[in-house]
Design a protein around this ligand. Sequence first.
Ligand SMILES: *Cc1c(COP(=O)(O)O)cnc(C)c1O
Length: 234
Amino acid sequence: MDADTLRHNIDRLLERVRLSAEKSQREPDTVRVLAVSKTRPATDVRSAAALGLREFGENYLQEALDKIETLADLDLCWHFIGPIQSNKTRPIASHFHWVHSVDRLKIARRLSEQRPEELPDLQVCLQVNISGEASKSGVSLEDLPALARAVTQLPRLRLRGLMAIPAAATEPAQQRQPFAALRQALAELQRDDPGLDTLSMGMSGDLEAAIAEGATIIRVGTDIFGPRSAPPGG
Ligand SMILES: *Cc1c(COP(=O)(O)O)cnc(C)c1O
């Protein structure tokens, strides 16, 4: 994409973050922008990095690995945010700094066993099915405390917090409700584990609501890189 549009999009996004944070009496730098670069070419990621973005989120493993290799000369932080198949955990454990989409113990165990010794602990969020949609990935609120306790015991992983992708809603009040529920769930876990510090929530269409409810990482694709075409393989 052209550099002027990208610069304009990033400026406008950072302004939205600043205004939303201000409204909630939060410091803007307590909200990290994760640029979701799925389906975007490595050249767009390079341009975004040149404009100051450092953290990138990917959903599709092979596409991500290609980009990570192509951009190895840059000092970037890579987050895996897509569904995880258990036979794909090894490359995720080897090439990413963060994983936001852990929703079952089997996956967490494999990531823990497969995290290379020479790398720092893998930073992990548990994905919660906050809207209770039958079709969605994510642990239920009911099963969350047990999963969190088990993941905390695993070596080579550092549990940081929670992630959710709520059902789409357009009204701000409707958007805030699931984010408030995720914040509440984190607060309950923090009683046992005060080190938990991350709420990964909010995307292009609802980041203001997420910031109002305490998001510490917002995951933004469209409003940085423009509309997406179809993902690889449908
Ligand atoms: C695609 C995606 C995003 C970004 O969505 P936009 O609406 O393009 O900002 C955020 N989080 C996850 C998990 C995604 O898959």
